[in-house]
Structure formats: C-alpha cells, structure tokens
Ligand binder design. Structure first.
Ligand SMILES: Nc1nc2c(ncn2[C@@H]2O[C@H](COP(=O)(O)OP(=O)(O)OP(=O)(O)O)[C@@H](O)[C@H]2O)c(=O)[nH]1
Ligand SMILES: [Mg+2]
Length: 681
C-alpha cells in the first residue's frame, strides 16, 4: 500500500512523514539547503504482518506541481496536510482538486502544527477542512491533529500511526488480482555494479525476478534481475507497491526515463487522440473549458501538451465528453486518469477518464455516437463495458487484454461475465453473431431470387454487400459456421443457400436439347462460330448460353470459345490415364495418334489438362505424367469433382478452381468474363 501526502508548501508534510517513519524524505542537497521538498520523497513503515507500507512525499510549492502530479498519479490513499497556523491555502485546494479527480480509496485529513494554535482555532480549522472536503464530495477516513516537531506520544502522531496501520491491514486483505503487470516509472538511474535501476508504482498485477517486461521507451524486452519492494529486497512485487527494479537488456542509447511504462503484456500503440470524460471544476471557480483549448496533460509520470476537442456541452454534473488531441501520443489504458492543467500552469482544470482509444475520423459528434459515449461513461464495471461494446462490434482479444490489463485468466473471466464468445482472436456477443448470420442469409436469399441462374456469391462480395460490422477474418468465420451448420453450402469459392438450385431457363434448355446430339457427333472441340452456324444464333447470345452450360458442367471450354462435351473430355482423360499407367508417360505425338485429332487441337487439349491439374508437362520435354489422377475420372465422377449434384431436371455445378474456370473468389460480373479462360462472351 502507498500513501501520498498533499498540501500547501511548508504545511509540514515532510516533517509529518519523518515523525511517522523516522525517515527524511528530502534527500536532495538543494532540498536540504532550502528546507523544502522539490522532487518526490519516499519513506516506509513496517506493518504487523512483516510487510511494509510506503509513503510518497510530494512538494507543496506550486512551481513543482508537475512532480506532485507524478507522485499522486496512481494514488489510492492520501493524507491531506493542513497547517493550523496557515489554514486553507491555494495549493491545499489545488492538491485536493487533483486528489478528487483520482479514484481514491481513502483520504485522511491531518491538521499539523497543532502546538502553534489554541484549541478554538484547531476546532475552527477542522470545520474549514471538512467544508473543503465536502465541496469535492470527499469523506475523510479520519481527522487528526498533530504536532510533528514535539514529543510524538503527546502530539497525536501515535494516534495517526495507529489509523494508518489499520488502513494498511485492510488494504492487504483487498489485494487479489487477475490483472497483468503495469508500472509507471518515476525515476531511472544507474547503480554501480548493478546497472540500470528504475523505480515506480505498480499499478496492476505483479512481477517476479527473472521475468521479462516490455518497456515503452526501449525496443527490446528487459529482464528483471532484482526487485526492491517497499524499500526491501524481494523476489516479487504486487499491485499498489513502490518498487525498484534492476533491469538487464537496456539499450543505453535510450535509457529508461521518467514517464516510461513497463508491462508484462505487449504494449499497444501509443494513443494520440483518446476519447475522455472530463470532470471539470467550473462550479468551484475553475475557468470553464473552451473547445480547442490548449492544456497540459499529465498521465502517470508522463506529460504532454494537447488540445481539448469538446464533443458536447457540460452535463448537470459538470462532465464533458471530449477528444484529447495530444502533441505526443501516450500509452493509455481504459479508465486511466489524465489530469488537465491550464496551459499557463495557473490551475488544474479537471481530469479526463479514458473511454476509448480508437476514434472515427468522421461523424464524431452525431447524436448516436455521443449517446453511446455517454452510456460508456456511466459504466464502471469492465464486464459491463465489454458487454456493451460487444453488442455492436467484434473486440480483439489482445485489445481487451491491454485496455483492461488482464492476464489470460482475467480475460477468460471478463469474457464470461460479459457473456461474449471467443471466435479466433476476437470476442463477440452471441446476439451480434446471430444478427450477422441472419444478414448473410437474407442477402444470399435475395441474390438467389434476383439471379436464379447463378450459383451464389463469393465471400468478399457477400461481406461487402452486408456492410458487416465484423472484420473480414471474423466474417469468414461466421460464414464457415453457417456452412458447418448446413445453412449455406460452399461450391468451390461460391456460397449458396443449402436449398438453392440453379436451373436452365426454358430457352436455354431448348438450345441445349438441340445442341447436345450435334456436339456428341463431333470428334473434335468446336468453335463458337460453328455452333452459331448450326443453331442459327448470334455469338453474343450463344456465349451466354455456353456460360450457363459450362456452369452446369455439360460442356467445357478447352480454350476460349472452343467447347466440347464434358463427357468426351473425360473419355480423353481416361485414355491418357490408361496410357501413362502402362508407359509411365505420354508424348504429344502419342496423344495425337490416340485421339485421331490434329496437332493444334491435341496440344490445346493437353495444355487444358495441364492447367486443370490433371497432368504435368515434364521439364523441357514434350512428355506428360499424371499429377492428380482423381480428376476427370469418369463423366459422373468428374461432375462430382466439379461439384455437380444431380437434381430432378439438371445438374448443380460449382466452378472448379483447379481447372481455373472461375478464378478468384467471386463470380465476376458478366462484363469481366473475358479474363476467365473458358467463359463464353
Ligand atoms: N511548530 C511546528 N513546526 C512544524 C510542524 N511541522 C512542521 N513544522 C515546521 O514547518 C516547516 C516546514 O515543514 P516541512 O515538513 O518541510 O513542510 P512541507 O509541507 O514538507 O513543505 P514542502 O515540502 O516544501 O511543501 C519546518 O520548519 C518544520 O520544522 C509542527 O507540527 N509544529
Ligand atoms: Mg516537504
């Protein structure tokens, strides 16, 4: 447990810590000379169970407010110090404002320098202190009057110490964690014989000696060689403790520095435009926020300048929704506080709580988006937030883990609580999945109605048509599930509803009935012009018919515009298979002789078989061998191979990728058919 001090300069913060712990937190020579705190100071107090409690002593002077912000950035317990002789001063108020913006577990009010005033003044000051806390809706966990420079027993220090020890014991009961290790660095230095040492506050999770951690400042992972936790050598450190880590693997060109982060999870990208909910103190006299106002942004021990892009007007609680446009991106997680100060350093304006790390480029202020952000801001529990987000979008598991800093078990627990299911590397709500499935089915069914002569749609086209909220790889998974459930069927690269059947229209059927016997009499593949002469049809019309017949698997194009019956093709394939089984290979001349056709057409046929994956031409040779004997086995089988299923009146084909008849994963629009090897035009 860590307790931070707060209060106006010279109100006795450091003296109080010395009285409590016996340790002097003002370690710098300059601090000793001037008798004031400049940078953060640390002290420790042993607890009954042998563990230790840490104090962070902050400077009270307004010039060093940046250091104070680093010290309190992840504070959960604080002591607000108020000197009896001075009373409430500007930094008393400002420090309290900053503490009020943080998710504190306890705040103890301590009136110091009690020996300098009478009891009436002390009483009056107690009332003032309480009124001040009430302004910020903070309830003190205890109020103590202390004189830290005189004998500790009679000065109230002992009572305060007892209170702090009790707080420490309560906190140690609370320490259960499913979160991963994350720490902000407030100091980094080199120790002779040990190397790089960094110190900071463990914000979540725990770390052990020997572990490797990601560092935001370094490209490589760093190994933890040694740990000091709460000022003592240790093997591990847990949430809410002050630690010093001895790291190895540090790149000395860019050594760790204040503001860096260490984490056990691979770090997400730094965020330059977080969406935040800003709690401002306008009602307590702070300047009102203005759109596009320049501000100092303090996050952990890191700092940058930025602008506030307001998304709405302040609500009744004085809260705004805003996007922070940061000069330097910060390494943010969900709900992280970002303290906003006036650009002139005059006052604290408020603090933002991180709601989202990814922002859309457009439509930022639509009523729907603002309502969604409002809803998000009202949710405190991570499971509620994840559940809410999962209703409308797929969430990447790695992103959830980073935003809420979760270990694998923590992530599993969160998903279970939020009722999300894992799908690949994503988490989605079942309701969203169902909606997407229904949308795919609806679109495909509409497509079938509009294009009864077509097999179906490719995945990409279906996804584009559905304007799916899911990323492509996840949408593919949803389609796979639909196929596994038998609601859709994948024919080659095309998806169709299970019940969909392609039929030839009446005119096409008549043409085919006339064409089939004529084609059966032909020994060689015929050109489309010959077919046109026979059927007395224009080539354009005939091409459409041929396209349908090819889809149906009745005919096959050997080269563009030259067709033969698929049955005959299988007969040729049978001859090749037989010959190669006996001879081991097939020469072009042998094939020519076997089928009794001309040289040119024989080569066209052999090259077709090569392209479709049935045969392979040997390197620098005119002979061929079998590559996939399963293809073109028999007419019936081949139809099965190309996905043909018998129906009552015709055959259901799907394009065969191996033969290259429909390349790509889409049915191309009719204008683009030219690029398909044997698609008729
Ligand atoms: N009489 C009396 N003097 C006190 C008491 N506590 C602190 N002082 C004196 O007040 C002066 C300032 O005390 P510090 O502890 O340095 O004050 P601080 O709040 O740490 O000041 P900064 O760190 O600069 O913000 C010192 O001279 C102390 O001796 C007290 O209880 N009684
Ligand atoms: Mg001090």
């Amino acid at each position: 447990m860590i307790i931070v001090t707060a209060g106006h300069v010279d109100h006795g913060k450091s003296t109080l810590i010395r009285a409590l712990t016996g340790m002097n937190t003002d370690r710098l020579p300059e601090e000793k000379r001037r008798g004031m705190t400049i940078d953060l100071g640390y002290a420790f107090m042993p607890l009954k169970d042998g563990s230790r409690l840490a104090f962070i002593d902050v400077p009270g002077h307004e010039k060093f407010i940046n250091n104070m912000l680093v010290g309190v950035s992840h504070a959960r317990h604080a002591i607000l110090v108020l000197a009896c002789d001075d009373g409430v001063m500007p930094q008393t108020r400002e420090h309290l404002q900053i503490l009020a913006l943080l998710p504190l577990h306890s705040l103890t009010l301590v009136l110091t320098k009690r020996d300098l005033v009478d009891s009436q003044r002390a009483k009056q000051l107690t009332a003032e202190g309480l009124a001040l806390l009430a302004e910020y809706h903070i309830e003190a966990s205890g109020i103590f009057e202390v004189s830290a420079t005189v004998d500790a027993v009679s000065s109230g220090v002992a009572t305060l110490k007892a209170h702090i020890l009790a707080l420490g014991e309560q906190e140690s009961v609370r320490a259960t964690d499913a979160s991963s290790f994350r720490m902000t660095l407030d100091r980094a230095f080199s120790v002779k014989g040990a190397g790089c040492v960094v110190t900071g506050t463990v914000i979540s999770g725990n770390v052990c000696v020997g572990e490797h951690l990601y560092s935001s400042g370094q490209k490589a992972k760093l190994r933890v060689r040694g740990i000091h936790c709460q000022g003592q050598e240790a093997q591990a450190a847990v949430t809410g403790t002050r630690v010093a880590l001895n790291l190895t693997g540090v790149d000395n060109h860019r050594p760790p520095e204040r503001g860096d982060w260490l984490s056990s999870l691979p770090q997400a990208e730094h965020c330059a435009r977080p969406v935040v909910q800003i709690r401002a103190f306008e009602h307590l006299g702070s300047e009102p926020l203005v759109h596009w106002q320049n501000v100092h942004c303090h996050h952990g021990a890191d700092h940058t300048l930025g602008r506030i892009s307001l998304l709405n007007e302040a609500d009744e609680d004085g809260c705004y929704l805003a996007e922070l446009v940061l000069d330097k991106p910060l390494l943010l997680c969900q709900d992280d506080p970002i303290v906003l100060r006036h650009i002139g350093g005059k006052q604290t304006l408020g603090a933002g709580r991180v709601l989202a790390l990814k922002v859309p480029n457009r439509k930022k202020r639509t009523p729907e988006r603002v309502a969604k952000l409002h809803r998000l801001a009202c949710l405190d529990n991570p499971a509620d937030v994840v559940g809410f987000l999962g209703q409308t979008q797929a969430l990447e598991l790695a992103e959830i883990a980073w935003r809420w800093q979760l270990t694998d078990e923590g992530l599993a627990m969160l998903l279970a609580q939020a009722e999300l299911v894992r799908l690949g590397s994503f988490a989605v709500a079942t309701s969203l999945l169902q909606r997407e499935q229904q949308q795919f089915i609806r679109l495909l069914s509409e497509f079938h109605q509009q294009h009864p002569d077509q097999l179906g749609l490719g995945r990409n086209r279906l996804q584009r048509m559905s304007h799916s909220a899911l990323p492509p790889e996840l949408a593919n998974k949803v389609l796979d599930i639909l196929c596994q459930e038998g609601r859709m069927v994948l024919r080659g690269a095309l998806l169709q509803l299970a019940e969909h059947r392609v039929v030839l229209d009446r005119e096409a059927l008549q043409c085919w009935q006339a064409l089939a016997p004529w084609l059966a009499e032909q020994t060689a593949p015929v050109w489309i012009t010959e077919m046109g002469e026979y059927l007395q049809l224009e080539p354009a019309k005939l091409r459409l018919l041929c396209f349908q017949l090819v889809q149906q698997g009745f005919i096959t194009a050997v080269v563009k515009d030259r067709y033969l019956l698929s049955e005959q093709l299988c007969h040729f394939a049978g001859l090749i298979r037989c010959h190669i089984a006996q001879q081991g290979q097939l020469e072009t001349a042998e094939f020519k002789q076997m089928v009794g056709l001309g040289r040119k057409v024989s080569i066209q046929l052999l090259e077709f078989f090569d392209r479709s994956g049935f045969t392979r031409r040997k390197y620098r040779s005119n002979s061929r061998e079998i590559r996939d004997a399963e293809l073109f086995f028999s007419h019936e089988n081949w139809r099965k191979n190309i996905g043909v299923e018998p129906t009552q009146d015709c055959w259901q084909p799907y394009p065969d990728l191996k033969s290259g008849r429909l390349t790509g994963d889409d049915v191309l629009p009719i204008e683009d058919l030219g690029i398909i090897e044997n698609a008729p035009r």
